[in-house]
Design a binder for this molecule. Sequence first.
Ligand code: FAD
Ligand code: SF4
Length: 497
Amino acid sequence: MRPGKERGFLEYGRHTPAYDETDDRLKHWGEFLNDFDDEKMGDQGFRCMNCGVPFCMSGCPLGNIIPDFNDLIKDQNWKGALARLHSTNNFPEFTGRVCPAPCEAACVLGINEPPVTIKLIERAIVDRGFKEGWITPEPPEHRTGKRVAIVGSGPAGLAAAQQLNRAGHTVTVYERDEEPGGLLVLGIPDFKMEKHLVRRRVKQMEDEGVTFECGQSVGLDIDAKQLAQENDVVLLTVGSTKARKLPVDGHDLNGVHLAMTFLKQQNRRVSNKAVTDAPISAEGKNVVVLGGGDTGSDCLGTSLRQGAKKVWSFEIMPKPSDVRTEDHPWPDWPFTLNVSSSHEEGGKRDWNVLTKRFEADENGNVKKLHGVHVEWIPVENGRPEMREVPGSEFEIECELVLLALGFVHPEHDIPTLLGLNLDNRGNVQSEYGNYSTNVDKVFVAGDARRGQSLVVWAIHEGREAARAIDLHLMGSSDLPSAHSYGYDAVAIEGASS
Ligand SMILES: Cc1cc2nc3c(=O)[nH]c(=O)nc-3n(C[C@H](O)[C@H](O)[C@H](O)COP(=O)(O)OP(=O)(O)OC[C@H]3O[C@@H](n4cnc5c(N)ncnc54)[C@H](O)[C@@H]3O)c2cc1C
Ligand code: SF4
């Protein structure tokens, strides 16, 4: 055991492995984080102060028991750390790669020092676990005879399926895409998270007894009402898939596309799957990406890898501060400028940009974006008002425009077929922590319930919904809940997708 726990951060600074050089990583689609040796990672765990009140845990929607696994890896007990990590998170290899790490924003060390590298430690623990063969199927010892149908196989559906199956229920996951994973497979590019990681988990779940019915759209190929009749519970984890539109002239020109259409095609190419709709490519083009969240950043990284001539990323909101401001004190999410690995790779960013219209060439292809800069005027007790800055009109030549403006709500076909109430944002109505809907036996979780969010929240909701369903079916439940640790995540949702 290494003593002097509370002094580790005085001995070691925050260190993270390097990325491959930009020129190298733009030549391929894979991940590019260099390896880090276990001793060095243990030193990073040693930086943790094992705080009496570990704010990192309240920052994590999953309630990950962060000080414990930091302590275990400081002493090179990787197997113990893996057990601790898996006790709250089914898929640390996903969050260890794509989570914006609200835990680190809430880390006490972060008040006046760089925070503990919690996300990297999480990734290192689970990657080591798979490498060592410690992660094996965990089928239930007995079956309850209850049948649960889960519609949608994103992180919410996968987490719920694994928990419910381990509780002994017979779980079938229906997915309209040809393979499970939701946005982990369809949207998030391989350079952020390689898809074999999702397939490896799906295989573990199949070996545990979960059935996946892919290429099956509920409401189209499968009767939603019949599904409800044939199962003891139906859980909807269909995501928030209705993209926000841009209602300006020229939004439907050739060359103006929704980000997801573009990203999905590239993910399919990387996975050697056929692209059946008209192919979109940034190669040799001037590209404009509208929207500055994760989706916009993924469009940028994808365009650069496809060989775009130039990429602009425009955001209608003002440029965030580089440092935490008084409006967002620790341990809240800092809302500082997000600089992703894709932003480091190239392209030009600008803020306070309003798109006025797109102009076409003689063939109906987009050739120019006409925009104007705006300013945001504070309004007492209200949202700031947007005003165009006179004389700031500009135009940019572009042959490809990618709309990464976010998602408004889930598709409404299944809610309509089942008679589900919607909330005032168009999401399926269900109270946080309850997950049931107005229709008996039908539950909802993830982006379909909370609106577009994060992978970590989807896993949280999947796990919590599984517990709510288990309680509903059996009258009691041994499945864990993040709330039972006494920590309620402080709803940090700074990163947008
Ligand atoms: C491009 C992009 C990048 C992102 N990057 C990040 C990131 O870096 N970090 C992060 O934390 N979050 C990120 N997000 C957000 C994150 O991916 C989502 O919040 C998360 O995937 C939501 O999980 P979910 O399970 O609720 O839904 P989804 O992942 O959307 O899964 C829903 C699934 O339901 C299926 N489905 C829908 N309707 C039906 C039907 N009728 N029948 C059968 N199946 C159906 C869909 O095909 C899909 O597979 C990103 C989102 C996008 C779009
Ligand atoms: S807040 Fe930071 S230093 Fe404190 S226990 Fe959590 S990770 Fe360790």
